[in-house]
Design a protein around this ligand. Sequence first.
Ligand code: WTA
Length: 652
Amino acid sequence: MSSLNSINSVLKESRRFKPSNQFVKTAFINSAKKYLELWKKSIKSPDSFWKKQANESLVWAKPFSKTLEWKLPHAKWFVGGKINVAYNCIDRHVEAGLGNKAAIIWEGEDGTRRILTYNELLNEVSQCANALMELGVSSGDRVSIYMPLIPEAVVSMLACARIGAMHSVIFGGFSSDALADRNNDAQSKLVITADGGFRKGSFLSLKDNVDEALKKSSSVQKVLVFKRSDRACKMKDGRDYWWHDIVYRQSIHSKCKPFDSEHPLFLLYTSGSTGKPKGIVHTSAGYLLGATISFKYIFDIKVSDTFWCTADVGWITGHTYVTYGPLSNGASIVMYEGAPNFPDWGRFWSIIERYKVSIFYTAPTAIRACIKAGDDWPKKYDLSSLRILGTVGEPINPEAWLWYHEVIGNKKCPIVDTWWQTETGSAMITPLPGAIVTTPGTATVPFFGIEPEIVDKAGKPVKKGHGGFLVIKKPWPSMLRTIWGDDERYVHQYWSQIPGCYFTGDGARQDKHGNYWILGRIDDVLNVSGHRLSTMEIESTLVSHHAVAEAAVVGKPDDIKGEAIVCFVSLKSGFKASEELKLELQTHVAKQIGALARPDQIRLSDSLPKTRSGKIMRRLLRDIAAGKVSTQDTSTLEDFAVLAALRQDDDI
Ligand code: WTA
């Protein structure tokens, strides 16, 4: 844990946005009062709250006898109950007469289009489940899924859930080494992949990567391959099976076997900021409940909605809000395979227009990239179908929030800024769109059943307005259960820093309205002359300058100040790097935040090193700022050229 006691919070943003009367009229939770009443009840009597939710939102094969068994830090939710997750995501909707409703509306980057109704999804998932069993997979086995963003990725996840196998989805942009590491750690028996997928106009051969990875991961016995293109693809006899040979000849009937509430559903690797990826383990009923009710209330989902979350299924957002949350609610989702700028920066907006997307959920990094590309792109398309916008993944700076609100939402769509983690399974701090007044940059208030607190190093609550460590005081159903193969690390990392509480690793502060402001990862906090500053707040201030597209701020050891502030900044198109501009940016930050935060160094570059999910990798920038050769794990880095360019720029 960081040696800091608390964090000085300097960002002040006070503009407040209320949902419109028209929006409020139809919202499930339509006033702050109603939200607060329900939230208080959920905190006061969590057992009865979760019991009621679990019985109302899910279909059980066998009712549970006890809501929670809590032996800190190990939770068992809905003890004695039996459930099938895939049944809840598909069969129950078909049985309710929704079989002809679109479940997945898919568009490939190359323009291919497909719609799968709930009937079709049920057939394909059943066939895939039967094929997995024929290939020797059974309940409790691990299956790696390494696919492009195509419907079969979701089909594969649900087929695993149907037969009780654990899936481990590995983002298709990861290298063969990353895949091999994850196969080995999970001891996966089977890999489901495709010959490849389209990204930024090129075809990425995933199968070649699988072949490479399998040289180093001997637990994998078989490979199931979906054919996405007409290209030739090498297949190894007795090991590799075409999807169209083995899946489509199966029966469209498959029994949904009930599994224990705590039966493991999936593991998902997350890098954390310090290297070795850890396999986060989620189980069945609790995870599904968190996904189901958070999706329903946060996106205020109605039968007529078309929901689009741009995340890849390789991330937790793609698990909870592409797959499990929407499908458990019987919603129609849009899925898009490719890049936001292919063939041009109008792609997102054209998809919204084409399918009349009503709820759009994306990451601040994507929003900033679209801002950089210019307003002309969204303005070419009819975005009037939108009624709610969402963000996730990082704190959103007010400038990006306002652009999203005005240019994409036409000032009429509430924005839900959802704070959560791979580990939390579902959104934890978030506005409910018809109830909560929002302010750009804050994820606002806790979801039902979630009790956050901001504490200092000793675990004492800090005063309102002060920054500190964000912890969660009570267990919740969709929480991670352990780290795969490393329960000790689970106990140490999440439950030992502040005794009795779940340690999020994020800093936060609460304002006078009760809103939570996430200050970013604690590891990213600077200590300048004894003052602890959140890098996020300095970044946000930099981005409020009209020339700046993105910024990443890191500390560099400094004999006098402790840490010096180094800012990596990329400019909007049309702006040129110059010494004057650097000076202007330094002055801008000093003026907005105070002289203490005046950057010691501004480094201008075309782009910043990011993970493939769009998070800036500050730990790499720290090494560059310090002039060190990095020995850190770069397996999650998206573009290596960016690092090389930044290093060359040493003396800018
Ligand atoms: C950050 C993504 C501010 C945070 C679902 C968290 C956010 C980490 C927000 C988890 C948000 C996520 N505002 N920060 N709305 N959402 N974060 O595991 O630092 O990929 O701890 O899960 O992202 O990232 P992960």
